[in-house]
Design a binder for this molecule. Structure first.
Ligand code: SF4
Ligand code: SF4
Length: 77
């Protein structure tokens, strides 16, 4: 099953992934990181398509996508 991992310590809370996800399954935490940012999290992981849109739009490369037995990181595109 596809899914993503968000490294909250690299997230700066820009919300681009929240707006970009076609399934609208990413939202912002109400907690902040040590750097003082609200961070993105997946609230309904079972609906993830593994489309990689969130990883592509993230300016901080904080998102990895797991799909079809592979791990996609935007640095590898
Ligand atoms: S991989 Fe696609 S469906 Fe899954 S969280 Fe990212 S944008 Fe949404
Ligand atoms: S696009 Fe990246 S930096 Fe922006 S909220 Fe999402 S995970 Fe955080």
């Amino acid at each position: 099953m596809p899914g993503i991992t968000i490294d909250k310590n690299h997230c700066k809370g820009c919300e681009l992934c929240v707006r970009a996800c076609p399934q609208q399954i990413i939202s912002m935490s109400k907690e902040i990181t040590a750097r003082g940012y609200f961070y993105a999290r997946v609230h309904d992981p079972s609906r993830c398509l593994g489309c990689c849109v969130c990883a592509v739009v993230c300016p901080d490369v904080a998102i990895e996508v797991h799909a079809h037995g592979l791990v996609y990181n935007v640095l590898e595109y």
